[in-house]
Ligand binder design. Structure first.
Ligand code: NAD
Length: 360
């Protein structure tokens, strides 16, 4: 099959890590008989340097016409790079908001997986880390508190601020369907997280999720209050498969889930639109402190490419192969400097990409 991937290398370590992910995609292409073509799209600081804005309309259109988008990272050193003298809406990170909005990306997927070989980096008690975990946080990305009406005003001489948490049933239904579809590709369990004992929006959330669940009899559904979920993530993370939740709860819980893996250079993410279209990027940033040194860990980006294979192209076998190659490399003691430990073999960013390709 043929796929056209819009590639946004971005700033900092972006070009280095994206180039390793492309190397891995090409290897998958030759092994499984697919052809990936890449269209470079400028976003972030490099786009500001070239066009004066972090994302041009033409760049957004190119991304929209592609089958999926692979993104490295954007941004530089705040207070050092000249990009940060610009108003906030013209800085590199504004490109991220513009592309998410422009592409209608409403579902954010953040897996948190504990590799056997990296268990030492897990900040949880050994007895908990021993059981391992493999979960996917599915977060609604374009509604809720962050997008509701807000105002700050003086009422009877007292400054008062209001933020509004709004969801309609269609917004809930489309994210719930994504979560159940994803659960079918994984462990067939959805934990829907809300605050239904207090919030009307959560009670509607539960009702709609229950309706969607009736069409997925092969997937187990449970409801959990958000405060309990925050505790369960550190007490018994092995219980989770897919966590489905609204925007703000998901913002907090996905960071908590990332933290318990202990290794930021390993965490991929995806943001999906309706249908199969999605944007895939590592969870970490542009790491300007190590840019250009060929020492960045490309695994989060390579695993993001694996998510692209699975969720946008329905190439599950190919995605499994990439994830298995990552496990093999770790088992063989190959490490970039950020995850290096005694007795292991340290490799560069390109060395890690090569090691993955060899195992494929
Ligand atoms: P960061 O994730 O870029 O870096 C945090 C620390 O982790 C740094 O010490 C860095 O060297 C290290 N690190 C990150 N990724 C790594 C990798 N793959 N391999 C090895 N080490 C890695 O976060 P930050 O320092 O807060 O942000 C730096 C810049 O990135 C800022 O301009 C920020 O706005 C931007 N940023 C962009 C995105 C994005 O593009 N989605 C996300 C977060 C931050």
């Amino acid at each position: 099959m043929k796929f056209n991937v819009a590639v946004i290398s971005g700033d900092g370590i972006g070009p280095e890590i994206v180039s390793e992910a492309k190397k891995v995609l090409d290897k998958i292409g030759s092994k499984f008989g697919h052809e990936f073509t890449y269209t470079e799209v400028l976003m972030g600081g490099v786009s500001i340097d070239a066009h004066g804005v972090p994302l041009t309309d033409e760049a957004l259109e190119t991304a929209r016409k592609s089958d999926a988008v692979l993104l490295g990272a954007v941004g530089g050193r705040v207070g050092v790079d000249s990009w940060y003298k610009l108003p906030p809406n013209l800085r590199p990170e504004a490109g991220l908001l513009a592309i998410r909005k422009g592409l209608g990306l409403f579902a954010n997927l953040r897996p948190a997986y504990l590799y056997d070989e990296l268990k030492d980096a897990c900040p949880l008690k050994e007895s908990i880390a021993e059981a391992g975990f493999d979960m996917m946080v599915v977060r609604e990305l374009t509604g809720g508190l962050y997008f509701g009406e807000r105002k700050t005003e003086e009422i009877d001489g007292v400054m008062t601020a209001v933020d509004t948490l709004t969801y309609n049933e269609e917004e809930i239904r489309r994210i719930a369907i994504k979560a159940f579809d994803i659960a079918r590709k994984r462990g067939s369990k959805v934990t829907s997280v809300d605050k239904a004992n207090v919030l009307d929006s959560s009670r509607l959330w539960q009702k709609v999720v229950n309706e969607v669940a009736s069409g997925y009899e092969d997937v187990t559904l449970e409801h959990m209050l958000v405060d309990n979920c925050a505790m369960q993530l550190v007490k018994n993370p092995a219980q989770f498969d897919v966590i489905l939740t609204e925007n703000m709860f998901g913002d907090i819980l996905s960071d908590e889930a990332s933290m318990i893996t202990g290794s930021i250079g390993m965490l991929p993410s995806a943001s999906l639109a309706a249908g199969k279209f999605g944007l895939y990027e590592p969870s970490h940033g542009a790491a300007p402190d190590i840019a250009g040194q060929n020492i960045a860990n490309p695994l989060a980006t390579i695993l993001s490419a694996a998510m692209m294979l699975r969720y946008s192209f329905d190439l599950d076998k190919e995605a499994d192969a990439v994830e298995e190659a990552v496990r093999c490399v770790l088992k063989d003691g190959i490490r970039t400097v950020d995850i290096m430990s005694e007795g292991m073999t340290q490799v560069s960013c390109t060395g890690m990409g090569d090691a993955i390709c060899e195992r494929l």
